[in-house]
Design a protein around this ligand. Sequence first.
Ligand code: SAM
Length: 294
Amino acid sequence: MSEAGGQSRATLWVVATPIGHLGDLSGRARELLETVPVIAAEDTRISRRLLAQRPTAPRWIRLNEHSEDRVLDEVLGVLQSGLDVALVSDAGTPLVSDPGYRLVSAAHAAGLRVSPIPGPCAAIAALSTSGLPSDRFWFEGFLPARSAARRRRLQALAAMPASIICYVPARDLVEVLDDCITVLGADRPATIARELTKHHETIQRGRLAELHVFCRDDPEQGRGESVLVVAGSERPPAAIDAAALAAELALELPPSRAARVLSKLSGLSRKQAWDLVERHRADKPGAAIVTSDD
Ligand code: SAM
């Protein structure tokens, strides 16, 4: 039980665990996992390995993507009875491409205390060693497994002016890099961070085309787990020709809707957008001779 605001309240601890090297389990995480009465874990066989020193077994609750909804009430019930619960995933930080979101959200909604024991996360470990801009980044998680859907998703990310972090099983690296080259261009800088903190750790930087060759020619690169970090776009987003857009919208929509859409897309104020749409309205005399050069 934990003291918070002078009141004794049970806590849902969200505990990060190693992504490879077991020495990365923090002192706080170890202490908690050795004493907490209940542990909600994705795979209890994997998490058990972290508790070699624990004299008495905790109560285990299996919480994975299939069981999360089913065990939610059970975990909330444990917390409401006054017992702390530790949430762990197989590796890294729970909820980061791992289960736990619905539990944490429900715990907040029930007025329970939620507290992190921060630590390893493959996305952050990869970003921080990638040599790519880290001031702004987009965490994409897993890309779609099928190439067509993956290319569509990459298209949606192509203009993002921030480093993009993707979780990629190493066996898919060649295929994923192939799609990245098609959509983002062969010259985009990127880094592959594979088997981080493990014996075969590899952190390889290069243009997408270079990384493609690197992975294709070395079968070792197809083994284990990897993170692909791709540099953001350096091209500013294409400028919108507000007058041309106003002319199109005025043809297709009633004026007030056209002005609203124009304002949203162009960044013009509602008044400016309205004035521009008014100038292009087809039902106004002279509208047909107004062009985007006016
Ligand atoms: N919650 C975890 C975290 O905080 O990083 C991520 C879990 S997600 C199910 C697993 C993915 O994380 C793997 O497919 C891989 O992309 C990445 N990953 C996990 N451990 C890794 C490691 N040691 N090296 C590189 N990538 C790793």
